[in-house]
Design a protein around this ligand. Structure first.
Ligand SMILES: *[C@@H]1O[C@H](CO)[C@@H](O)[C@H](O)[C@H]1NC(C)=O
Ligand SMILES: *[C@@H]1O[C@H](CO)[C@@H](O)[C@H](O)[C@H]1NC(C)=O
Ligand SMILES: *[C@@H]1O[C@H](CO)[C@@H](O)[C@H](O)[C@H]1NC(C)=O
Ligand SMILES: [Zn+2]
Length: 394
């Protein structure tokens, strides 16, 4: 009994441990992160199309000068991915995680041998690095979906760069990979956003089938059965190409409901693939494949190794500065210290009823803790004292 009890203590402590935040000093969760001069300098501003910053989200210009997808569906083939080219391929995509609900979804996808794409929020990567690692190890594709989920056409060039690069840095620090795909929140992008994303080396992934599952968060008239109802219709449509569908692992009900779509899509003869697999492109800057024999294990190994650094830092209870995330600036610059930091653009406030169907990112319920390392030190102490304590009882 005593042994069992201490095992339980051990197990629960281990769980607390594995739920730790990403080490390092990160900008607050769900808030626009500060521009960083060296990232801003990566983009030649002279080459970025000069589309006006949008003041009122939802108002489309009379003439679509800047190829605004959410207004007109305009895309640029060189930079935009809208569907899987092969008729029998289906790119299932999930936005706004990683969250606690991603876990169950990952377990389910494993049983169906389905590999999908997750467009993740940088600040949630900081909250849930282990869940992201689990997705990487399973062979899913990870892509960027900004830090704080703003409508990008309302953001300055510097802010757009910060949203993307902070997220990239968090992903690199958490799982050791650098995504080459991004998705603009709400599908809100034009040639200015496109120009910046392209110069930073990203392709933009949009979708051709939208579940609108995010509406279930606050619209009581939204019926969850519509999600599988839509999939049932989509798989029957005649089409010369495959598809990319949009769902969200942000909410419990949408992450759960997503399980019903998988057998519908597979049952209709489609192969569910990460988007970069259906487009036959590299998912990451690093030489990591999502296909073939090397895919699963290789991706797992490659992702795991770099993540070991912060983990080792935690286990050793090192001082906060000991294990700065590899790709992030050593110190998180305060806005005042960075001359490039512009005054924040008017943040979008209300809901986005016009939107083509991306969820509005709600601020996290948990207060933002940016110093993961001090938390980890505390966990270590409680860990050591409880282990010592349980030994004394044996
Ligand atoms: C692009 O579309 C969004 C969404 O409809 C809209 O709010 C924005 O004003 C548009 N941008 C331009 C430059 O037209
Ligand atoms: C598909 O979803 C829409 C809402 O996004 C809903 O109005 C429609 O009824 C759904 N179709 C089916 C067959 O469930
Ligand atoms: C990438 O990995 C593959 C398979 O492991 C290997 O054959 C290839 O040489 C690697 N390429 C580079 C540039 O490292
Ligand atoms: Zn989103």
């Amino acid at each position: 009994m005593k042994v069992k009890a201490s095992l339980c203590v051990f197990a629960s402590l281990f769980l607390t441990f594995s739920g730790a935040e990403l080490a390092g000093n990160w900008p607050p969760l769900d808030q626009p992160p500060p521009p960083v001069a060296k990232w801003t300098a990566l983009v030649d501003q002279a080459k970025v199309p000069n589309a006006p910053l949008v003041k009122t989200v939802g108002q489309c210009a009379d003439k679509d000068t800047f190829c605004n997808w959410s207004c007109t569906g305009c895309t640029r083939p060189d930079s935009d991915v809208t569907k899987c080219p092969e008729k029998t391929d289906w790119g299932l995509t999930f936005d706004d995680g990683p969250t606690e609900f991603t876990n169950t979804l990952l377990d389910f996808l494993e049983t169906k041998n389905a590999k999908v794409t997750f467009f993740v929020i940088g600040s949630r990567v900081v909250e849930n690095p282990e869940i992201l690692q689990k997705a990487v190890n399973a062979g899913h594709q990870i892509a960027i979906h900004t830090w704080s989920h703003p409508a990008l056409t309302t953001q300055s060039n510097e802010q757009i760069i910060a949203e993307l690069k902070w997220t990239e840095a968090a992903i690199k620090a958490a799982v050791g990979i650098t995504p080459k795909y991004m998705r603009p929140p709400f599908g809100d992008y034009d040639d200015r956003v496109r120009g910046i994303a392209t110069q930073l080396g990203y392709k933009i992934v949009i979708w051709d089938e939208d579940t609108n599952d995010w509406m279930s968060a606050d619209d009581k008239t939204f019926q969850l059965t519509w999600i599988e109802g839509n999939f049932t219709q989509w798989v029957k449509q005649p089409s010369t190409t495959g598809h990319i569908s949009l769902e969200h692992d942000l909410y419990k009900q949408t992450a759960e409901r997503a399980q019903l779509a998988v057998p519908i899509v597979q049952g209709a003869g489609f192969t569910i693939k990460p988007v970069a697999v259906c487009t036959n492109e590299q998912p990451y800057l690093e030489n990591i494949s999502l296909t073939g024999s090397a895919a699963g294990p290789a991706a797992g190994k490659a992702g795991k190794a770099p993540a070991a650094a912060p983990a080792a830092g935690k286990a050793a209870g090192k001082a906060p500065a000991a294990a700065p995330p590899a790709a992030a600036p050593a110190a998180y610059p305060s806005p005042a210290a960075d001359p490039a930091y512009p005054p924040p653009a008017s943040a979008p406030t209300s809901a986005y009823p016009y939107l083509v169907g991306d969820a509005q990112s709600s601020p996290s319920a948990t207060p933002a803790t940016t110093n993961g390392a001090s938390l980890n030190t505390i966990s270590l102490w409680s860990f050591v004292s409880l282990i010592v304590g349980s030994f004394m009882f044996i």
